[in-house]
Design a protein around this ligand. Structure first.
Ligand SMILES: [Zn+2]
Length: 104
């Protein structure tokens, strides 16, 4: 389906090579060499730019709490650490807090 039967000249060595895609620039041998070169250049780039690349957005909701923070929160709700963690894992913590607040 891609340019069946047509040929193109390799951009590197100039050899006529069957066209296999619209983005093809090189004969198979040069394409192989170029892809290896591109990979190593990309790695160099990554290394050069170092930590400036893609700063990760901080998601406060998924930030893990420290053990003492969790323990403090559990105590403030009148729960043991184990019960508190069980409620978080079952997704029942919000319901527990609501119920507790209603009872006050
Ligand atoms: Zn070539």
């Amino acid at each position: 389906m891609f340019f069946a039967g047509s040929y193109m000249a390799c951009e590197k060595c100039g050899k006529q090579t069957p066209r296999r895609g619209s983005r093809q620039k090189f004969c198979p041998e040069c394409a192989k060499a170029e892809s290896i070169k591109n990979v190593s250049e990309k790695q160099k780039q990554l290394f050069d730019e170092g930590g400036r690349r893609r700063p990760r957005p901080i998601a406060p909701r998924t930030e893990p709490k420290t053990l003492s923070e969790v323990a403090k929160e559990a105590r403030s709700l009148g729960l043991t650490y184990g019960r508190y963690m069980a409620l978080i894992q079952s997704g029942g913590l919000e319901g527990y807090i609501r119920e507790k607040e209603r009872g006050r």
